[in-house]
Design a protein around this ligand. Structure first.
Ligand SMILES: NC(=O)c1ccc[n+]([C@@H]2O[C@H](COP(=O)([O-])OP(=O)(O)OC[C@H]3O[C@@H](n4cnc5c(N)ncnc54)[C@H](O)[C@@H]3O)[C@@H](O)[C@H]2O)c1
Ligand SMILES: N[C@H](CO)Cc1c[nH]c[nH+]1
Ligand SMILES: [Zn+2]
Length: 441
């Protein structure tokens, strides 16, 4: 019996309820008990500031901190301790991520919409941004790059980063610190979970208050971000980036080992990760089930992957086109098109955080170093949200400038529309000037 591999479902034999169940996500980040517990943590930090942060860090991260902020000696020790090969890999990934993010950064736009009427859009960095780098089950220095690089390119000046400290020595992961420094980040706080989000949203004596919070995390982090964003005057958030998800579509050309490895790569993130495979090929589905079983057991994080595979689905579809339809309905964070003609299938895709085309584009490469961002919408939010980019760290301000001729040309249009809305004051701001121009002519 398969301890890891989920059963194979035939989509066209499922009724509507079974189909909905097959695409349902684990409700970890939206559980009512969690919601209440997170609200308590937020209130505690709001009321007691640093004192609450010390207490919550002792309770949830198992360490007693002298100072919440990483000091000079810890920065230096991290730099000294990191192996050269890891520093080089972080540097190499940084370069490619920066290359892609610079190329996709919005620049200023200027359009003359009528003679004498100039409209512009100018990007401005968000001043104070708060980045969250997960480190509960494993520190993720790659996430420090995915947050730090676009923040740096956007020109944000007040960057704060929070990441949970290690229980054994109360220090932050060395690679996270190294990646942060490479992105020009100088203020890192040893805080995790909902308390880190509260600290950055409200500010405390030690932690500066931020205008917008970024980064993925577990259910505590995601729920805390949703709650602070819903408060009046609360910090904005990037997106609800919760437990990792992958959906693969594969045909008979796919290597079952590659497909299974891609599913397990996301399953090992956490017990609430979700992995789906859609294929019209029963033989491939069977082979992937076998590979999942074999490979899951061999992973160091087998227990986590096994728990996540309880949420996994292997689904037989009538065709690749039907697989694309199901994928669009699910809107996965990561979509792998491991098929003979991935570009053709991509044409049918309209909702996914990031797409990986063909046999040689493993999802893990996007997690680390292809150049795209790995902070992506989960939970179906890819229907309406995009992954992080430089634009996420900016505001886009529009500007207009009219010459006298420009106002003469388009002023009557505005006055007519204003009167249609019974806003005579709006119309007067235009017609007064038009009259002044006529008088001066
Ligand atoms: N969507 C994305 O772009 C993306 C990217 C990377 C990682 N992820 C996800 O991020 C998550 C990382 O989770 P993690 O747990 O490893 O690290 P984490 O840093 O998100 O969470 C650890 C913190 O959770 C808090 N916590 C844990 N148990 C608690 C409890 N019982 N009560 C209150 N607080 C508690 C602690 O304060 C701890 O510091 C995974 O789910 C992974 O899938 C998503
Ligand atoms: N797959 C994660 C996003 O869902 C990102 C990540 C970081 N490290 C490895 N993977
Ligand atoms: Zn990953």
């Amino acid at each position: 019996m398969n301890a890891c591999a989920p059963a194979i479902l035939d989509w066209n034999a499922l009724d509507a309820a079974a189909r909905a169940a097959a695409l349902a996500r684990p409700a970890s980040a939206h559980d009512e008990a969690l919601r209440r517990a997170v609200a308590r943590i937020l209130a505690q930090v709001r009321a007691d500031g640093d004192h609450a942060l010390h207490l919550l860090t002792r309770r949830y991260d198992g360490c007693e901190l002298d100072a919440l902020e990483v000091g000079d000696d810890e920065w230096a020790a991290a730099e000294a301790a990191l192996p050269a090969a890891l520093k080089a890999a972080i540097g190499e990934a940084h370069e490619r991520i920066a290359l892609f993010h610079r190329a996709t950064a919005p620049g200023p736009v200027r359009v003359e919409t009528a003679p004498g009427v100039v409209c512009e859009r100018v990007p401005r960095p968000i001043a104070r941004v708060g980045l969250y780098v997960p480190a509960g089950s494993a520190p993720l220095p790659s996430t420090a790059l995915m947050l730090g690089v676009p923040a740096q390119i956007a020109g944000c000046t007040g960057i704060v980063l929070c990441t949970p400290p290690r229980a054994r020595d109360g220090r932050c992961d060395e690679a996270v610190l190294y990646a942060a420094r490479l992105c020009g980040i100088r203020r890192v706080f040893k805080l995790g979970g909902a308390q880190a989000i509260a600290a950055m949203a409200y500010g405390t004596a030690s932690v500066p208050r931020c205008d917008k919070l970024f980064g993925p995390g577990n259910a505590w982090v995601t729920q805390a971000k949703l709650q602070v964003a819903a408060e009046p005057q609360g910090a904005a958030i990037d997106m609800p980036a919760g437990p990792s998800e992958v959906l693969a579509i594969a045909d008979d050309a796919a290597d079952a080992r590659f497909v299974a490895a891609d599913l397990l790569a996301q399953a090992e993130h956490g017990p609430d990760s979700q992995a789906l495979l859609l294929s019209p090929q029963p033989a491939l589905l069977e082979a992937v089930a076998g590979e999942l079983e074999r490979r899951c057991a061999a992973l160091p994080r087998a227990a986590i992957a096994r728990a996540a595979l309880a949420n996994a689905r292997l689904i037989r579809t009538a065709s690749l086109a039907q697989a694309a339809e199901i994928s669009n309905a699910y809107a996965p964070e990561h979509l792998i098109l491991n098929v003979r003609e991935p570009r053709a299938l991509l044409e049918r895709i309209d909702a996914a955080g990031s797409v990986f085309l063909g046999a040689w584009s493993p999802e893990s490469i996007g997690d680390y170093c292809s150049g795209t961002n790995h902070v992506l919408p989960t939970w179906g939010h890819a229907r309406a949200w995009s992954g992080l980019s430089v634009a996420s760290f900016q505001k886009q301000i529009t500007v207009q400038e009219l010459s006298a001729d420009g106002l003469r040309a388009i002023g009557p249009c505005a006055a007519t529309l204003a009167r249609a809305e019974a806003l005579e004051g709006h119309a007067a701001a235009v017609t007064l000037r038009l009259a002044a121009l006529e008088a001066a002519a």
